[in-house]
Design a protein around this ligand. Sequence first.
Ligand SMILES: *[C@@H]1O[C@H](CO)[C@@H](O)[C@H](O)[C@H]1NC(C)=O
Ligand SMILES: *[C@@H]1O[C@H](CO)[C@@H](O)[C@H](O)[C@H]1NC(C)=O
Ligand SMILES: *[C@@H]1O[C@H](CO)[C@@H](O)[C@H](O)[C@H]1NC(C)=O
Length: 473
Amino acid sequence: MPSSSSSSGVLKTLAPSRLKNLCLAVSLFCIFYLLLSNHRRAASLLQAPPVVPPQATPATPTYRRHLLFTVASSSLSFPRRRPYLRLWYSPNSTRALAFLDRLPDGGPAPDLPPILVSQDTSRFPYTFPGGLRSAIRVARVVKEVVDRGEPGVRWYVFGDDDTVFFVDNLVSVLSKYDHTKWYYIGSNSENYDQNIKYSFDMAFGGGGFAISRSLAVALARVLDQCLVRYAHLYGSDARIFSCLAELGVSLTHEPGFHQVDMRGNLLGLLTAHPLSPLVSLHHLDAVDPIFPNMNRTQALGLLFEAVNVDPARVLQQSVCYDRTNSLTISVSWGYAVRVFDGYELLPDLLAVQRTFTSWRRSISAGSSHYMFDMREFPKDPCKRPVTFFLHSILSDENGVQSNYEGQIIEHCIRGNKLRNLKKVTVFSRKLEHDIEQMKALRRQCCDVLPIINGSMVIHIRQCGENELISMQL
Ligand SMILES: *[C@@H]1O[C@H](CO)[C@@H](O)[C@H](O)[C@H]1NC(C)=O
Ligand SMILES: *[C@@H]1O[C@H](CO)[C@@H](O)[C@H](O)[C@H]1NC(C)=O
Ligand SMILES: *[C@@H]1O[C@H](CO)[C@@H](O)[C@H](O)[C@H]1NC(C)=O
């Protein structure tokens, strides 16, 4: 081969003295090499052990016990909010602590989060006219809970005593993020004017927000020195937002958190939920019971029957079309099925119907602006879709059956099919997303069976690869 013949040719042409020099050079090189590498090895022993870079995604999955909830409450409001807390808190599977100004009447209850009394905050200034200085106490909950050093916490979650959390959904949303990095996760208000007033990038406290452990530890260290600069702000959430901004951190928006800055009937909001899991609902005292003919506690209890069967699917909207009867059906799973006479395009059904009124009572319902697509709710009840609300839910290893029953408005002259429709039965399978699927969600499809004896049956399923959600005329 050419290369070996040429190298042997070099050796043949070397004189003995030059060969000696070459050997000397090679051995010198070897000595230097050994000395240098020994030196390097000795030096590396003196250095700190190599730092393992933080992993992109947590090495182990995030579970419910990795979340520590804190509930901002007061001795005055706590007794009234117990029914809300009982909905989502369970001593066996949820970690939560309630921070109050002082202990409420009555002893500890095993089915409620343990109560802690907040530290004194009288040394901090508060100058917002007409505001409540409890905002400082509530902001400092972040520091007080971190300072407890509870083991195994990946995420600290903050909410009010009238925030209802959907814990399993929050776990899957937070699983998308690396808790060893700095994250501040929540959502702003639905109401544009509220965001103008506070910030579009502030997590509104009533909707709740999550702070990764590493960020919470950093925030706890600097919070007291930061708080004094924000005496002029109204709430606790604005203080946390400001101090996180000083740390250089901004909000990661997650649309499943709901501040619910609105009043009255939430039907429009709850039947057009974003394509991400329902994480929280707030201000439930300010809105009507979410199901008709029930009080608030009963109504939320019914929603939680669905939450306990298939949390990820709750409020998820699937749309299908009945071509024989020219109907459009929108299922908001675990809550309501709405049947429209005629064909509706999917994007129109994703817009929120304005069934609610403004948060500020002084502002007329129509002049509030919201952060999502809206469509009007017809004044004439006969022009509205027929709505069937969750009635009961059954599940076994084969799947889930949810039953919805209607309120037929007798005086409306609707097509025969709609007038005789009394109930809707929806079949589905428990929705389970892994982390990769959580990052790229896709709406599910459904099929409608022919209406028999006033009853409609719907099957929800994964859409086909190229399937379009349309009437396919
Ligand atoms: C919690 O666990 C205990 C012991 O396993 C059990 O007796 C109790 O019923 C559970 N409580 C709830 C609310 O699930
Ligand atoms: C709601 O209704 C339930 C069942 O009828 C009842 O036990 C409960 O006391 C009611 N709650 C309120 C606040 O009225
Ligand atoms: C139709 O519904 C009525 C009332 O719900 C019931 O009594 C009847 O047995 C049903 N008939 C059929 C054929 O399912």
